[in-house]
Design a protein around this ligand. Structure first.
Ligand code: AMP
Ligand code: ZN
Ligand code: FE
Ligand code: FE
Length: 283
């Protein structure tokens, strides 16, 4: 049996692995294909693609966009996007500045609470264009301002906690459109995580291509429910570990194994979308 992991992060966003380290782990696990889905960036894709080629593993370029629909946060995974697509690069660069400004706001909120963390310490640790809350948590631990990462989220960074800062997001409908114009397929990430079932029909109407049925935080029952939903709305099925390296816990790459038949269906959908773009239906 061949398997894939289509949800992975590197140090180009809030993971800790380099693309090469990630590929080496995937290769040792015997995975047939992986996709890189760093938050709001495609920067790691070229290095991951090269490492995959050397390891004789299939690679799908991707990203994970933080979006919202009717006040519900939803993460949209992009697969097969052209990593040079100008509209995509411009739009995600905007969200990278949103992320950087938000780090400053979170640090200012921590300072107000008497915690002497410096934004520069977070940026130095993150060392990437797409920093997030895990970097703030890691900086707090590194500077010995808190015991561990979980505590940092529980006390300060979780939604509703004193250093939580909301993030400006793109609309989910725009995310789907942005991914399509960059030649990609749009997939709803981990729907079981924030119970976003009610928005699925709207996203399907907007052209959503697939849904992540298999995810580390989905129970078997949940995966079953999303497989039924995928079937009902004729959506592609994806899955991945959402491994962040050592950022949150032990590396979890390999804990979710997507049967390769689903990857084949993704390739077929990409091919057919490309053909449709080349020969638009006559009106
Ligand atoms: P951000 O994009 O900056 O809002 O950060 C989101 C990242 O933080 C995601 O990778 C989440 O998995 C991680 N995260 C969110 N909540 C928690 C939590 N309670 N504990 C640890 N990590 C979390
Ligand atoms: Zn993340
Ligand atoms: Fe996510
Ligand atoms: Fe993720």
């Amino acid at each position: 049996m061949k398997f894939a992991d289509l949800h992975l992060h590197t140090f180009f966003s809030d993971g800790t692995f380099t693309p090469e380290e990630l590929v080496e782990r995937a290769s040792k696990l015997g995975l047939a294909a992986i996709a890189l889905t760093d938050h709001d960036t495609v920067e790691g894709c070229a290095r991951a693609a090269a490492a995959c080629a050397a390891a004789n593993m299939e690679f799908i370029s991707g990203t994970e966009l933080t979006a919202e629909h009717e006040d519900t946060e939803v993460h949209i995974l992009a697969y097969f996007v052209d990593t040079q697509n100008q509209a995509l690069l411009t739009r995600i660069a905007g969200f990278q500045s949103v992320r950087q400004n938000r780090i400053r706001e979170m640090v200012a909120a921590l300072n107000k609470l008497g915690i002497p963390l410096k934004a520069e310490a977070v940026f130095a640790l993150a060392n990437c264009k797409s920093p997030g809350r895990p970097h703030v948590a890691r900086a707090l631990v590194k500077e010995k301002l808190i015991g561990n990462l979980d505590e940092a989220f529980e006390r300060y960074l979780k939604k509703g906690r004193p250093a939580w800062v909301p993030k400006t997001k793109m609309s989910a409908l725009e995310a789907v459109e942005l991914i399509h114009q960059a030649g990609g397929l749009a997939v709803m990430a981990h729907p079981g995580l924030n119970r976003t079932d009610e928005i699925i029909p709207d996203l399907v109407d907007a052209g959503l291509d697939g849904i992540e049925c298999f995810h580390t935080k989905h129970s078997t029952t949940m995966a079953g429910r999303y497989l039924e939903i995928a079937d009902k709305f004729h959506l592609l099925v994806t899955g991945g570990s959402d491994c962040h390296g050592f950022s949150k816990n032990r590396p979890i790459i390999g804990t979710v194994k997507l049967p390769y038949e689903h990857v084949e269906k993704l390739y077929a959908a990409k091919k057919s979308a490309d053909e449709k773009r080349r020969t638009p239906a006559a009106k």
